[in-house]
Design a protein around this ligand. Structure first.
Ligand code: PLP
Length: 498
């Protein structure tokens, strides 16, 4: 299996190359040249395997340049009970008749990003070894909260790597900030930036392409790579849990093998829902893929009208991990839907870079509508959804998952479609305690985030994750903040190449 760039169909690299590079030099994203198939028989067989084995099975179809032993080394080190609080790695909760919550937050940082970022360091170091790269890999991350911590946990003390994370000084929840500033590990750096997420993101991009930095890296035997979902190594692990969940539901008699299953995904960068699309294209019997957004509803508009327009106000919401106006992974979907038309992609994404806007053809619009439905809701509706789910089912969900619940309710009302449905639950409610409590215990006032955590525990009965409880006694290692223009100096200093 080879990988092409969405902006150059003639490029051909193997998966080790695609993963270690992160993004293609032409600015495109790496995509598999064909989509491997999965039969119902295989789904049935998979249900008898552990999560790590299920993952290895799926990866063997995509990472054909990896040996079985290399793949098992990666999956066994990532998906185990040292890293995840659940033996099943992802849990399925039954919300109401025919509706299931796929809880993807039982990993070390309590958000679904762990599902991919626990394995990415193994993919990356294995790829580098296969390619005889003896440079140290430097990971730079701009984060709005969840990716940063998940990447830090994944890469901490991984030999041959160093990681630096930039987050907006006032743009993350207090728990997220505490998670990052107390990070352990000898190869980690965490830095607050005076600015918003976009400032962090463009700062990182500038460093990536800075000629002076490039030269200094070269001279010091260092190379950059990416831990964002533009990296194929972060996307492919997400395909696994949709297949795994379907197999478990079938084995459990909740669905019959071959039945359609709808999927609802709270969406930001379009990575998670794109993984569901890959699973469907492989042959997993998924029905509608329901794309749920918060009030930053650029994707809702795009799926409904075919016009992608980022020229709009940016809102800070109570589901901050979905506060995003440029959904990178859409590029992969459009490349597939245009029949791998790289010229078309260059045109649309050139227009996006230049004017912040592009419109797809009618043919593509109708193709998108065949698989996807899109909706959005504001913070008020998000909190109302948390409250109603709590009152009806005694289940406490986080703000991102609540957006998915609300959009799913709208979908069901609008279409009357009662197909069994899987909702991707992307974060533990503990991570967004303040907003969750505003919904279900509005009169509660707390001194600090730990009082909030105790209250959520009292109301939800969900065990307090050890990784969050232990933060209370950890010293802050990274304090202070820097100016956006000083990010490059910070990186050079950390790498000792000034
Ligand atoms: C990152 C994130 C999302 C959005 O996922 P994408 O793959 O970027 O669409 C949703 N919810 C939570 C909690 C997240 O951390």
């Amino acid at each position: 299996m080879f990988y092409k760039s969405t902006r150059n169909s003639n490029l051909k690299v193997d998966s080790a190359q695609a993963i270690s590079q992160g993004i293609s030099e032409d600015g495109g994203l790496f995509v598999p040249e064909s989509i491997p198939s999965l039969t119902l028989d295989e789904v049935k067989q998979i249900s008898e395997l552990s999560y790590s084995e299920r993952a290895a099975y799926v990866f063997s179809k995509f990472l054909t340049d990896f040996t079985d032993a290399e793949i098992r080394y990666c999956t066994d080190n990532a998906y185990n009970t040292k890293n995840f609080e659940s033996e099943n790695i992802a849990e399925i909760a039954h919300l109401f008749d025919g509706t299931y919550m796929l809880e993807l937050w039982h990993g070390p940082t309590c958000a679904f990003k762990d599902m991919a970022l626990q394995i990415l360091p193994y993919f990356l170091t294995t790829s580098a070894k296969k390619l005889n790269i003896d440079k140290k890999i430097v990971i730079l991350v701009a984060t709005s909260g969840d990716t940063g911590k998940a990447a830090l946990e994944g890469f901490k003390d991984v030999e041959g790597t160093q990681i630096m994370v930039f987050y907006p000084e006032n743009g993350v929840s207090s728990m997220q900030k505490r998670q990052m500033t107390t990070q352990e590990g000898e190869n980690v750096g965490v830095c607050a930036v005076k600015g918003n997420f976009d400032d962090c993101q463009s700062g990182v991009k500038t460093i990536f392409t800075d000629e002076k930095v490039k030269k200094a890296l070269e001279e010091n035997s260092l190379m950059f790579s990416s831990a964002n979902s533009i990296n194929w190594g972060r996307l492919v692990p997400q395909v696994v849990y949709y297949i795994s969940a379907y197999a478990s539901l079938a084995a459990d008699g909740q669905i019959s093998l071959g039945d359609k299953l709808n999927v609802v995904v709270p969406t930001g960068n379009f990575g998670n829902i794109l993984a569901a699309y890959y699973a469907k294209r492989m042959g997993l019997p998924l029905g509608k893929l329901i794309c749920a957004s918060n009030i930053n509803n650029v994707l809702t508009d795009f799926i409904n009208t075919g016009v992608y327009d980022r020229n709009r106000k940016f809102y800070a919401t109570c589901s901050p991990s979905m506060d995003i106006l440029i959904s990178s992974n859409l590029e992969r979907l459009l490349y597939m839907l245009t029949g791998d038309n790289d010229a078309q992609i260059r045109e649309w994404f050139g227009a996006l870079a230049k004017d912040g806007k592009y419109e797809v053809t009618d043919d593509i619009k109708s193709k998108i509508k065949e698989d996807f439905y899109a909706g959005f809701c504001d913070d008020e509706a998000t909190k109302a959804a948390i409250k109603s789910v709590y009152e009806k089912y005694s289940y406490v969900c986080d703000t991102h998952t609540a957006v998915a619940v609300k959009v799913y309710e709208d979908y069901r009302r609008e279409t009357g479609d009662t197909t069994r449905t899987l909702i991707a639950s992307t974060a533990s409610p503990y991570k967004f305690s303040a907003s969750v409590l505003e919904a279900i215990a509005p009169d509660f006032s707390a001194e600090d985030e730990y009082a909030l955590v105790d209250k959520i525990n009292e109301l939800s009965g969900i065990m307090i994750p050890e990784s969050l409880a232990s933060l209370k006694n950890k010293p802050v290692r990274f304090s202070g903040s820097i100016d956006r223009n000083d990010m490059s100096d910070y990186v050079m200093e950390q790498l000792n190449i000034k």
